[in-house]
Design a protein around this ligand. Structure first.
Ligand SMILES: [Zn+2]
Length: 180
């Protein structure tokens, strides 16, 4: 399922389906505005400490009440790294000491939502107590071998985590191997 814009964001006319470079788009017959369905950029963090990984419980839909990697959407004007640091401060009330890009995953936000491109970072937090705030209801350290895969929110991140921990390659998400 793909959610599609039905009306032009520029002039409000009803969009028409067109084909462009083999891809289906929606274009405004009045002013030419095109709905490209480009992905929104997000950054998430794999945070490990003494064999355990930090997961955050989602407070809001989609997937409210499920476990997720800490992180979130990048704001306009932010680099992925700056957005990562801001999100971790908002959600965990703690600073970021070091981050390293592991790979990318693609997904949809919500069962019929917009496309998301997620950068996955290995993050070392600054010292200090870790809290849960903003759109996170709880944080918990899970042993690396006992991650709650069945209740991890996004299919792409579930797959990326499995792939990263096992060191295998997958089409759903490519990332470097992770050892907690
Ligand atoms: Zn238009």
């Amino acid at each position: 399922m793909k959610e599609r814009a039905r009306f032009c964001l520029a002039c409000g006319a009803r969009l028409r389906a067109v084909s462009e470079h083999g891809r289906r788009r929606r274009r405004c017959p009045r002013c030419g505005w095109t709905f490209y369905d480009n992905p929104v950029f997000a950054s998430v963090a794999i945070i490990c400490r003494r064999g355990r990984m930090l997961l955050a419980k989602r407070a809001n839909p989609p997937y409210a009440g499920t476990w997720d990697l800490p992180g979130g959407f990048i704001e306009a004007g932010e680099t992925p790294e700056a957005g990562m640091r801001r999100e971790l401060r908002e959600e965990l009330s703690v600073g970021t000491r070091r981050l390293r890009l592991l790979g990318f995953a693609t997904d949809r936000y919500g069962p019929a939502g917009f496309p998301v491109l997620t950068a996955i970072y290995r993050v070392t937090l600054a010292p200090g107590p870790i809290g849960s705030a903003d759109d996170v209801s709880e944080v918990r350290w899970f042993p690396e071998r006992k991650l709650p895969f069945r209740t991890i929110a996004f299919p792409s991140l579930r797959q990326a985590l499995k792939t990263a921990l096992s060191g295998t390659e997958s089409t759903a998400g490519r990332s470097k191997r992770v050892r907690c």
